[in-house]
Ligand binder design. Sequence first.
Ligand code: ADP
Ligand code: MG
Length: 614
Amino acid sequence: MEKFRELGVSEEMLKGIADLGFETPSPVQEKAIPVILGEENDLVVLAQTGTGKTAAFGLPLLQKIEPEWNNVQVLILSPTRELCVQIGNDLRNYSKYRKDIRVTCVYGGTDIRRQIKDLQRGVHVVVATPGRLVDLLNRKAINIESVFAVVLDEADEMLNMGFQEDLDFILSNTPKEKNTYLFSATMPKEVERIARNYLVNQKEISVGKKNQGADTVSHQYYMVRAKDCYETLRRIVDCAPSMYAIIFTRTKNDAQDIAKHLQRDGIDCDALHGDLSQAQRDNVMNAFRAKRLKVLVATDVAARGLDVDNLTHVINYNLPEDVESYTHRSGRTGRAGKEGISIAIIHSKEKGKLRRIENMLKKQFEYKSVPGGEEICRAQLAFYGDKILASEEYEDMDLYAQEVYDKFAGLTKEEVLRHLVSYEFGRLLKKYKNTDDLNIEDDDRGGRSERGDRGGRDRDRRGRGGDTVYSTFTLNVGREDGLTPKDLMSLINKYSRRRGIGVGGIRIFDTDTKFEIDEDSASDFAVDFSKVLFNGIPLEIKAIPTRDRGRRRDDRGKGDFSGRRERRSSDRNDSRDRGGRRDDRNGNSGGKRRGRPGSDPKKPRNFNRSSSRS
Ligand code: ADP
Ligand code: MG
């Protein structure tokens, strides 16, 4: 706090920011606060998102307000409604111990009459979006001729959004003898023009290494075919169960489409873009802030400046056109010294763009290979396990404990866990069976070897599966006896002498069952079951000689058995699918099917990666 005091921040404000947990000023605050408090300089501040710009202008300006004058003294312009609201809240927090200062926000999309009433009550600070302010000025509902300070927050974004004329009009309604403070993450020509035309005697403050992301952000890229971008995204998201991320797209349509498909794929997410009604935007932002959404899919404009902490990832679904936008996006993660990951999903034609970004950032992107099904399932299971271990025991558990114990009395701990995991994860595990390798090698990078390994592993696994030879057995119990695939699996695991028996297809009929065991394990398999009872019925297992020995895995659609190993991880609904509905078996290999464009109704159309910005 001492540092803030030395900068000239008043005692009331110090109390306000102490409540927010501020201790020492950020670099931009250290530089800007004295300028704004003291001399009569205009100011250009170039600093990335998350550097504490709001307090940099908010603290000194609030302090300079003379509350006995009942007029608008400070005008803050910001590009979006969310930012207005956020700035308004921040300012109210800083001035919590200055009840005599009144701050109000005006922005489009909500009832203008209420805002007019607010203004009529007399306010000192107005935080506004340009469009709505112009509207209010035209209706003569606001007078900004007595402001002593104008802040243009996120100036580059305001100009990007086409607020140029509005800004000109607004500024022409302010008095000459005021100060103008321009805050921007980047300094494109348009911002320079504004600075040239409207700022006088300005100082320039630039914080952080320009165009360079935070050091706590690591940059990664995945290289895939354009048609695989969505599937890649989905896998990345699924592979990081504790992800809290913004996915950036170039257009509103992309944002909408991707959010829709992620939702359909069971991921808590929503889209944020300019076409939403205000109520919808509020809902989305509230849900994201409260972490009810794991992922927000947004356009640059919609996400600009939003103060959301603790993002674990930023994902560039499309690489932005300009390098500065990339810096801006990736700056949303890795805040407050925390580690963050900025991911780019690119196709091979975008390598050049990626290299340009690397040159500007002076940082290398790390090549990552798209996770396969196994990796994703492991990640999810580990997360699930941690969650279970960390859960607090329900205090009245004793009331129900006995019933639970009784229910599972016949099962070992391992069996209970298997049921639990199958129940929770059957869908996911199934979804990620037989996933295709989506990676394209980046020959210029170490990526080759990493990917080479994985590709090798996957191929290997497929190869083995393809060549496995199975023996078929029949069992004298079936659905009517209460046998489920899981029962069969546990019988096999429990009673066979050999460990790690490979089970192929399983078909449970009304009164009997057919299943496959890999040839290596099959030799004395039947013997092991000679004295075993299932629901009181002595089991009889017979090997049946098969004509189609050596049938390849790939041919399985034509054979007797629905997808082989699917059954191993099958969820509890399997008992209902039994009886071999043939069409079902193709559905089980969803992972494969996905690879074929156009065949999957869930697969999004190719998101247009080159359409113009929204
Ligand atoms: P910017 O406008 O530069 O993107 P913000 O003003 O929104 O950044 O600040 C980003 C976050 O950092 C906010 O949550 C804010 O409360 C916090 N913050 C700002 N200054 C400080 C400080 N001096 N100490 C601790 N936290 C701060
Ligand atoms: Mg800001």
